[in-house]
Ligand binder design. Sequence first.
Ligand SMILES: [Zn+2]
Length: 71
Amino acid sequence: MLQQRTITNPQPKPAPLVSTSATVYCPICTHTVPAEVLSRGRQTWVRPDQKCPRCSASLAPGKVLALNRAA
Ligand SMILES: [Zn+2]
């Protein structure tokens, strides 16, 4: 009798790239500001073409603090 094995997915699908709004820390003016971020799987980064609404610096080096998930 043949034994059927459960095939573990050898190549998991890449997580989709999602754009969401989040709270981002601006290192230039040291404030937290709302911004658009991109996330894929567990990785999250600030969309690079954005500027801080307070100091107009690029938010690309900013740190994503919290995602604003829709309830
Ligand atoms: Zn700023």
